[in-house]
Design a protein around this ligand. Sequence first.
Ligand SMILES: Cc1cc2nc3c(=O)[nH]c(=O)nc-3n(C[C@H](O)[C@H](O)[C@H](O)COP(=O)(O)OP(=O)(O)OC[C@H]3O[C@@H](n4cnc5c(N)ncnc54)[C@H](O)[C@@H]3O)c2cc1C
Length: 214
Amino acid sequence: MKSVKVIGCGIIGLTTAIKLQEKGFKVTIIANEPFNKTLSSKVGAIWFPFEIHPKEKANKWASLTYKEYQSDEKEGNGVSFIPLITAYNHESNTDWIHQLPKGFVRKALPTELPKGIEKAHISIVPLAEPHLYLPYLFNQFIDNGGVLKKQKITSFNDASILNTLTVNCTGLGAKELCNDEDLQPMRGQILRCSKMDIASYADSTKKRSIKLFN
Ligand SMILES: Cc1cc2nc3c(=O)[nH]c(=O)nc-3n(C[C@H](O)[C@H](O)[C@H](O)COP(=O)(O)OP(=O)(O)OC[C@H]3O[C@@H](n4cnc5c(N)ncnc54)[C@H](O)[C@@H]3O)c2cc1C
């Protein structure tokens, strides 16, 4: 059996590790923090592939991911499908709606628009709640024979990955590991607010987006 090392234990590292196990690889994840301490454990986790580049690849990834979540929707694993209201105007990039399956997006009726919003799409999108979905992925990884090693990798010449097929899933950690000054976080803020009568909301009318969760 071929061995692979995956660096990183966030949603990308865990998903990559499981996909490799499904292809018959023996996988070790090396991470300097466990899944419940990663950035992935703290986020909104809504499928909303807005302004992700390169577009051609991102579109393909987006529709594949949507299908994966459709087949991964199980009681208690944190995956569900929710209505997402997305405000837009003439400046907005609405390309991402074309990656939705047919019939899963429509224009909001005037009566459905949140206060102050002129135009919006309502789509049905996957939500993968991290506090449930990450443990679900991690348990799957362990049940498949995966091994987790806690370690910080400081160089690709590190003895623990040298001469082993290695997949880099370090997220923003890649800035330091790959000495990549161009790597920087995109927008993303979560506001805790009082309950609203909408499941979720995203604004693509400005150079930022805000999601308000119930
Ligand atoms: C506020 C906010 C809201 C967001 N909302 C959404 C959303 O609704 N939908 C969406 O799709 N995305 C959203 N995102 C983006 C999304 O959260 C990230 O793209 C995603 O979590 C990145 O996952 P990851 O596995 O690549 O990285 P991380 O979760 O950061 O995991 C990186 C892993 O690599 C390990 N690591 C790093 N460097 C090293 C090293 N040198 N040696 C060993 N291990 C290392 C870390 O310990 C960790 O285990 C949001 C982001 C933020 C900040």
